[in-house]
Design a protein around this ligand. Structure first.
Ligand code: MG
Length: 382
């Protein structure tokens, strides 16, 4: 089925791979958005001819407007531009590939527009999962996950009409570049090492989250929200080879898994074409050249970010927004070389100690918790 896409975050890793899928499978692109990557936005706009291109940064938008003056593409700026792209009437599917809680309002705008959401922004569900899922249900907006683990679970659940049949969800984790290291060894790792993921090519923020295992903690919470599962029915297993993308165990003991090469084009494409499958650009999996598949227990004591995320998954309320806000701030500081690798978990833990948790939060409460968590992190390093 041919779809018309609005791609929020088109210059990032997921955005660029979405365009590759669109080109290969013949989907139309109605809108693209970037933060400030003007050159890339111009190149994409000339190639895909969207009716709307947004640069959130005002100066970048002014530049982009000049660059695209000879085309039919309208250029908008700021968070309002992002909301307009999310709710664009011509688009039937919105790919939310923005990093961080910044994706929350545009996701809600897309839901209000009744779009299919190809969800590639896990922070939205981590911070406001209950609100987002409720709103999607009320508006009849489909949410199809792009995150490879959640796409795998989504695929395994096709044909399961009664969620009571599910015994547990099993999320796989590559373990990141530092799997097996001790706390002492982790205290010495560098930014360059943390940015080198063994299996996946991704953006900087998620690559650091993968190295701390915070990414797996965020994905645990994302799975709880997407599939309305309590934490005791979700298990994380380390699977170094990144071939089994996740599994579902049913009440009768059957375990279904989705396997594939480590190529995000497949989950992106499935989020667009679901419930149909078509040929696409994803690299096929050759079982005969696969390494042996291994599964191990994760270590949330050494990888403290995972332990903190699992505690927040149990606690609920605004704790997950505090966790996420503090982590976004701390990862930002790490990428600016202002703190060490182990400081990320330390700062997140301190923010969780300092910011009070609220139950049954409104959207405003969630944004307030996010802000307070970032402030707590910045105060700790001042
Ligand atoms: Mg993932």
């Amino acid at each position: 089925m041919k779809r018309t896409l609005s791609i929020l975050g088109s210059s990032g890793s997921i955005g660029r791979q979405t365009l590759k899928v669109a080109e290969c499978c013949g989907h139309d692109v109605a809108a693209i958005t970037v933060n400030a990557s003007v050159e890339r936005a111009e190149e994409q706009a000339r190639r895909f001819k969207p009716r709307l291109a947004v640069a959130v940064d005002e100066n970048a938008a002014a530049d982009l407007r000049v660059r695209l003056a000879d085309t039919g593409t309208k250029v908008l700026s700021g968070p309002e531009g992002l909301l307009e792209a999310a709710a664009l009437p011509q688009a039937d599917t919105v790919v939310t590939a923005i990093v961080g809680v910044a994706g929350l309002r545009p996701t809600l705008a897309a839901i209000d527009g009744g779009k299919r959401i190809a969800l590639a922004n896990k922070e939205t569900l981590v911070c406001a999962g209950e609100l987002v899922m409720e709103r999607a249900k009320a508006k009849g907006a489909e949410i199809v996950p792009v995150d490879s683990e959640h796409s795998a679970i989504f695929q395994c659940l096709q044909g399961c009409k009664n969620r009571g049949e599910v015994r547990r969800l099993i999320i796989t984790a590559s373990g990141g570049p530092f799997y097996g290291k001790s706390c002492e060894e982790l205290s010495l790792v560098t930014k360059a090492q943390a940015l080198k993921h063994p299996n996946w090519a991704m953006g900087a923020k998620i690559t650091i989250d993968s190295a701390t295992l915070m990414n797996k903690g965020l994905e645990f919470i994302e799975a709880m929200r997407l599939y309305a599962m309590p934490p005791e029915k979700i298990q994380i297993v380390v699977h170094r080879e990144s071939i089994v993308h996740s599994l579902v165990e049913f009440q009768d003991g059957a375990v279904l898994a989705q396997l594939g090469s480590a190529d995000m084009c497949l989950p992106i494409q499935y989020a667009l074409t679901w419930p149909e499958r078509t040929a696409g650009p994803a690299k096929p999996l050759d079982l005969l050249s696969c390494p042996p598949l291994t599964f191990q227990r994760p270590d949330p004591d050494t990888f403290r970010c995972l332990g903190l995320a699992l505690a927040c998954a149990d606690r609920g309320g605004t704790s997950t927004a505090i966790l996420n806000g503090a982590n976004e701030a701390a990862v930002g500081l790490f990428l600016e070389d202002k703190i060490g690798f182990l400081d990320i978990a330390r700062l997140v833990e301190r923010a969780l100690d300092r910011v009070p948790v609220q139950d049954g939060p409104s959207l405003d409460d969630i944004f307030e918790a996010d802000h307070a968590a970032r402030e707590a992190v910045y105060q700790s390093v001042r």
